[in-house]
Design a protein around this ligand. Structure first.
Ligand code: PMP
Length: 306
């Protein structure tokens, strides 16, 4: 008999968790150590990317923009005809327990719902009463709101948007955004802005904005982009601060000639962009509009967090 090696008790190398070595995760009603959470290889999330997700940030142990994330989750599920097995209060309770059990002060909670285990792999959906698979886990991200990139700004490259045409549904089909992010890194940039028909759609995992003559310009909502929860909050706060907003598409040329550029997402909040391909944006340092919006958003988010 050959000697056997004990199974690893933490994630394999290359996937080192930033939270407790043995964090508590949620799977279909149970709170488990991460190494004991098991999902079938027949799960449609695994074989078909037939799943949706949400990522909610945690500041001071509280959830940011939680109702918005729940509303979008409902919409993503209903667009795909996946039953939502829990209500918003149930999800809130799970989020809060994961925050408490994992000692998360500043960090993120990830939620994924797949269409469940459909048995033999089949393009036809399994029966509607197939239980969806619900997974949540979180991680600590100390200094989440003190990202040094807020002071230096991000650099982005532009790449063709080769994703599918229902980007408004937040599915786990993240291979192309992941490839684009890798290509951006290979070119020495922080991220990529995706371009279709000469117009910027959004970033790999964030919404894209430019500022020209004091006007904030960002693509209008449609199936072409994810309806960012941070986008909605930032635009509302910008309107309240009497800033002018134009929800319309813009070209790469227009972006390169802008006074400022920035992105929004649940994990980045508002981050300035100081370079797009070879063009320096404005003075090459974060501009006043992006700085102000970041400040207002963080202030209001902390107040409204639950
Ligand atoms: N667009 C894409 C493609 C994204 O993946 C994300 C992040 N989930 C966003 C925009 C920003 O959305 P939110 O503000 O809800 O995080």
């Amino acid at each position: 008999m050959t000697a056997t090696t004990a199974p690893p008790t933490t994630a394999p190398s290359g996937a080192v968790p930033s939270s407790p070595a043995q964090r508590t995760v949620y799977l279909n009603g149970d709170y488990l150590p991460e190494t004991e959470a098991r999902v079938s290889i027949f799960d449609r999330g695994f074989v078909m990317a037939d799943a949706v997700y949400e990522v909610t940030s945690v500041l001071d142990g509280k959830l940011v923009d939680f109702p918005g994330h729940m509303a979008r989750l409902d919409r993503s599920l209903s667009e795909l005809g996946i039953r939502n097995p829990m209500d918003s209060d149930d999800y809130l309770a799970v989020h809060r327990r994961l925050i408490a059990e994992n000692g998360i002060t500043d960090g993120m909670i990830y939620l994924q719902i797949s269409r469940g285990n459909g048995g033999d792999r089949d393009f036809v959906y399994p029966p509607a009463d197939t239980p969806p698979t619900v997974v949540l886990f979180g991680w600590n991200k100390p200094g989440l709101a003190d990202n040094p990139q807020a002071d230096t700004g991000l650099t982005v490259v532009t790449l063709p948007d080769l994703r599918w045409s229902r980007r408004d549904i937040k599915t786990v089909q993240l291979l192309y955004p992941s490839m684009a992010k890798m290509e951006a890194k290979a070119r020495g940039a922080d991220d990529a802005w995706l371009v279709e028909d000469g117009l910027v759609t959004e970033g790999t995992s964030n919404n894209a904005y430019i500022v020209k003559d004091g006007r904030i310009i960002t693509r209008a909502l449609s199936n072409d982009i994810l309806h960012g929860i941070t986008r909605a909050a930032v635009l509302r706060l910008a309107r309240e601060a009497q800033m002018t907003i134009e929800e319309r598409s813009f070209t790469v040329d227009e972006a390169q000639a802008a006074d400022e550029a920035f992105i929004t997402s649940a994990s980045a909040f508002v981050l300035p962009v100081v370079r797009i391909d070879d063009a320096t944006i404005g003075s090459g340092t974060p501009g006043p509009v992006a700085r102000r919006l970041r400040e207002i958003y963080l202030e209001e988010s902390r107040k409204a967090a639950i």
